[in-house]
Design a protein around this ligand. Structure first.
Ligand code: DER
Length: 235
């Protein structure tokens, strides 16, 4: 099975949790895309009715619109029934790293407003500890003096051999700009950052930081699709 086929299997399994009448958080990324497609399909077939979708990015907003999924926002629906979204990393405690697609702020706002958050991944996303894959742990920062903020972030995690890099487009080295008009500083760790809650609090203390990509204690279920089948992990 290809990685995309595994993503689709996890996504379709998650959509089994959707009931008619629900207000849903619609995730962003290549895994969540399959879930949103599936919801659109079931709505079209009449197997689901009265669904309201709250998108976690402009990209998902466009996808949901094209599928005819009725859309709303957090102002109108401050509490949601269920969110379905992917992740870049999942640790054994169901802590996540998200945001390599750049949508972490709206994802965290939406998923933080949900009674249930079902995270969908292929098995390649499973890690021993968050930030341990050597891949990016994204931090959304205001563009104003981003270098100042990036240095403060790097200094925070000097003990973990952290390097912070502004996320730029490969083709023209221009800064990536989020849906909210901010920049992203990606943090790369060489060692375990230790207490995640303490790390999260320290990051959010920095005035130039808007939000970070660690989703701690937020997922209520993680659905993992692997070569040997599907695993459902509940909090
Ligand atoms: O950027 C994001 O938060 C996405 O949800 C990401 O974490 C997962 O993207 P993928 O499903 O394309 O791997």
């Amino acid at each position: 099975l290809t990685q995309d086929e595994l993503k689709k299997i996890a996504a379709y399994k998650a959509v089994e949790y959707v009931e008619s009448g629900m207000v849903l958080g619609l995730g962003t990324g290549s895994t969540a895309k399959h879930a949103v497609d599936r919801i659109g399909e079931l709505l079209k077939q009449g197997q689901l009715q009265n669904i309201v979708g709250i998108p976690t990015s402009k990209k998902t907003h466009e996808q949901a619109l094209s599928l005819g999924i009725p859309l709303s926002d957090l102002d109108s629906h401050p509490v949601l029934d269920l969110a379905i979204d992917g992740a870049d990393e999942v640790d054994p405690h169901l802590n996540l790293v998200k945001g390599r697609g750049g949508s972490l702020l709206r994802e965290k706002m939406v998923e933080g407003a949900c009674k249930k958050f079902v995270c969908i991944v292929d098995e390649s996303k499973l890690v021993k500890h968050v930030g341990g894959s050597g891949l990016a742990m994204p931090v959304e920062v205001v563009p104003f003096c981003w270098k100042f903020t990036a240095k403060k972030l790097q200094d925070l995690f000097e003990y973990a051999g952290c390097v912070g890099k502004l996320r730029t487009f490969v083709e023209n080295s221009k800064p990536f700009v989020t849906d909210n008009g901010n920049y992203i500083v990606d943090l790369y760790f060489q060692k375990d950052m230790g207490d995640l809650k303490a790390a999260s609090d320290a990051i959010l203390q920095l005035p130039g930081v808007v939000e970070h990509g660690m989703f701690l204690d937020m997922a209520t279920t993680v659905i993992v699709a692997g070569e040997l089948g599907i695993t459902v992990k509940n909090k």
